[in-house]
Design a protein around this ligand. Structure first.
Ligand SMILES: [Zn+2]
Length: 409
């Protein structure tokens, strides 16, 4: 499995973080967990075809987690998708999507299979496939919110080739039968037992998505022994009270869930816009649970890097805007002082005479001062491009500051 965070912000996007969405690649199919604004563009930038999306899981109906859904559906329609799409989430999903489609007069021609989860549920298997299933449990947020676990079924053990040869197994059909757990009777009447040739079944991998919740028991139940737990960490411990008031977790809460559930790897995301340095949250979580990673947009997380390495390659360069060194243009090589190139002449600057600033001459060849308040004319456009007074670099985008208003969560 490959987990690709598409947006790791909470509530409001920042200059460098997008709204919540996580893509999960498994055996050629893509599963989306939440679909915040920009999810479809982030999919593209992550190097994932939008047509590969098979099922979308929605945690709850807050706008920041679902507003990307309409744009994605519209794109899929324009791409003339013909295979069905499944959308799983809280009750009311179909009504909302139908409402938007009818107002915007968009007709979706492919089938959408809805699975709506009712508010009073305790546990539900929402998707059952041949090789995996997805279960859901309610979480503890200010609105009805659902956590998901995608669990691969156990894989059959490996066939011991040497033992099989010794037992006289040569046909492919016999190998398959043994792998499936069936005993095989050879032509001479010998019975070869599957248990003697095939090793123990290998446990399947699992991905757990827990977002927008206070610390709760269901989060631990979902995450039990998971391969990857993606857990929200909206706040740091100093804002614990705010986290409780708004139905969110601190980084430490996420780590406690991971530790209690004995997961292999915790990935924290869904950061409040106030944290321009999310490493504060990582440090806090690692204090409790060492095997914690930060969710980093478009950076894939592999459950098996040796097999999954080059399957998904981001189409954009991932640059941490906070890392000033990464952005600095590389300096050209300059030889050290004393090793001058042949023909190199040191520039000499002549000092201007003291009276140089006073213009001495007649008015006709006096240089013209640039005029600033000149009325704009169409043919001035080209000239203004080359004006020395125009800033050559675009102004930087101002990132969020702690002084912005963050009361809406
Ligand atoms: Zn949220």
């Amino acid at each position: 499995m490959i987990v690709i965070p598409l947006g790791v912000s909470s509530a409001t996007p920042t200059a460098v973080r997008h709204l919540p969405s996580v893509a999960l690649w498994r055996d050629g199919n893509v599963y989306l967990f939440d679909c915040g604004e920009n999810a479809q563009m982030r999919l593209l930038q992550a190097g994932i075809k939008r047509s590969k999306v098979d099922t979308i899981f929605i945690s709850h109906m807050d706008g920041d987690h679902i507003f990307g859904l309409f744009g994605l559906l519209s794109t899929l329609q324009l791409q003339r998708r013909d295979k069905p799409l499944s959308i799983i989430g809280p009750v009311g999903l179909k009504k909302m999507i139908d409402g938007v489609m009818s107002v915007t007069e968009l007709t979706i021609e492919f089938d959408i299979n809805y699975t709506e989860i009712k508010k009073d549920f305790e546990h539900q298997v929402v998707l059952e496939e041949e090789e995996f299933y997805v279960e859901a449990r309610p979480l503890k947020h200010t609105t009805f919110c659902i956590g998901y676990r995608l669990q691969e079924k156990d894989k059959p053990g490996k066939v011991d080739a040497q033992k099989a040869q010794e037992a006289g197994i040569t046909e492919d059909a016999h190998f398959k039968a043994l792998k499936a757990g069936d005993d095989v009777t050879l032509e001479d009447g010998t019975v070869v037992h599957s248990a003697d040739i095939v090793g123990d079944p290998r446990p399947g991998e699992s991905f757990v998505y827990v977002t927008d919740t206070e610390f709760c028991e269901n989060a631990v139940r979902l995450a039990e022994n998971a391969t990857i737990l993606y857990h929200e960490a909206t706040f740091g411990e100093p804002l614990k009270e705010k986290a409780e008031d708004t139905g969110h977790s601190s980084a430490q809460d996420a780590a406690i869930v991971a530790k209690t559930a004995k997961v292999d790897r915790l990935v924290i995301g869904h950061f409040s816009a106030r944290y321009s340095n999310q490493f504060l949250l990582l440090k806090e979580a690692r204090g409790v649970f060492e095997k914690t990673w930060l969710a980093y947009e478009l950076r894939p997380i592999f459950t098996n890097p040796t097999q999954e390495k080059d399957i998904i390659t981001p189409r954009v360069e991932i640059i941490d805007l906070k890392d000033k060194r990464a952005q600095r243009p590389k300096k050209e090589f300059k030889p050290a002082s004393g090793t001058r190139k042949p023909g190199f002449k040191k520039k000499r600057f002549k000092r201007k005479p003291a009276n140089a600033r006073y213009y001495k001459g007649n008015d006709s060849d006096k240089p013209q001062r640039p005029r600033y308040n000149k009325p704009y004319k169409k043919d001035d456009a080209d000239r203004s491009q080359s004006s020395p007074h125009r800033p050559s670099k675009p102004l930087p985008i101002t990132p969020r500051t702690p002084f912005d208003d963050f009361d809406r969560f």
